[in-house]
Ligand binder design. Structure first.
Ligand code: NAG
Ligand code: NAG
Length: 316
């Protein structure tokens, strides 16, 4: 009897928790329902773990359904095969905090992120050419991506396992720079798609700014305006993965500012023209701690004119 109850319990827990995330041409569907999703970016290394519950809660109060973050390869693997997931790099803790607040997660593994780039050791490997059909590069990218996916799966954090993550991202705005790579770039993006798909995460993969994204990858738009964006497949919903609330700041530059009127207009037009997923980039920009600001001449503040200021307070 006890064991029967145990089995029943497991079955019920699994049934209750696993979430089916899919899509049609109109929207992302969650357990079969089309959803209009509002998301906001918060990058875990740009605040402290003590701040995370409050930042995420404020996002929820602000009407967000989901929190979107990159995974920062340069920070997690500063030396080849020596990893750091401590303190503000504790990705799993961050994802569990999202789960605790009852929000969804969008995990942009990349592992290329535009401002943060790559670990330095990667550059120094023999025969290395970044982000193209190059064995040395592809092996390292696959190794890191697989490790992140395995870590997240182990903690059952994908929606398919009952966790919060409804979407994952491979590569990052590659379409913007792929021209000069020619055929090698085109086959690289196909390889990325196959590699990601084979990791079997059970939720859709997105490729932002990639208008030749191979199916079933979902291509999405990043920008100040995305109302004119049309996905490359009739079965891909119209999604805005980076709605830029502002910009990063350079030394001596003025504070980035985008008026509320302009964003409100861009939003209304996006939804009017069929948009169904929007992500504020950023919701909380935070701080480039230590020497992570990057260059040339980026400030330690990554405020981004986001709704929450560097300290996590609502802006007036
Ligand atoms: C990454 O490469 C190392 C060898 O450098 C290997 O031991 C490890 O299993 C690889 N990890 C994955 C997830 O492929
Ligand atoms: C884009 O972000 C702005 C705030 O920065 C917001 O007002 C607007 O609604 C967002 N766009 C969409 C499509 O949600």
């Amino acid at each position: 009897m006890a064991s029967l109850r145990f089995i029943l319990c497991c079955v019920l827990v699994n049934c209750a928790c696993a979430t089916i995330v899919s899509h049609d041409g109109r929207a992302i569907t969650i357990d079969g329902h089309r959803r209009v999703l509002l998301s906001g970016s918060i990058h875990y290394p740009r605040s402290t773990p003590e701040m995370w519950p409050d930042l995420i809660k404020k996002g929820k109060e602000g009407g967000l359904d989901a929190i979107e973050t990159y995974v920062f390869w340069n920070a997690h693997e500063p030396t080849r095969r020596q990893y750091d997931f401590s303190g503000k790099l504790d990705l799993i803790r961050f994802l569990k905090t999202i789960q605790d607040e009852g929000l969804y997660g969008v995990l942009r593994i990349g592992p290329y992120a535009c401002a943060e780039g790559f670990p330095v050791w990667l550059h120094n490997m023999p025969g290395m050419v970044f982000r193209t059909t190059n064995k040395a590069y592809m092996d390292e990218m696959q190794n890191f991506t697989t490790m992140i996916v395995d870590m997240v799966k182990k903690e059952k954090l994908f929606a398919s396992q009952g966790g919060p993550i409804i979407l994952a991202q491979i590569e990052n705005e590659y379409g913007n720079i792929m021209g000069p790579y020619g055929e090698a770039g085109k086959s690289y993006i196909k390889w990325c798609a196959n590699m990601a798909q084979a990791l079997d995460v059970g939720v859709p993969w997105i490729m932002c700014q990639q208008n030749d994204a191979p199916q079933p990858m979902l291509n999405t738009c990043n920008g100040f305006y995305c109302d004119n964006f049309t996905p490359n497949n009739p079965n891909t919903p119209k999604m805005w993965t980076e709605n830029w609330t502002g910009w990063f700041k350079q030394w001596g530059g003025k504070n980035p500012h985008r008026t509320t009127e302009d964003v409100a207009f861009s939003v209304a037009r996006f939804f009017q023209r069929g948009g169904t997923f929007n992500n504020y980039y950023m919701y909380h920009g935070g701080t480039n701690f230590d020497r992570t600001a990057g260059g040339p001449y980026i400030t330690t503040s990554y405020d981004y004119d986001a709704p929450l200021d560097e300290y996590g307070k609502f802006k007036l």
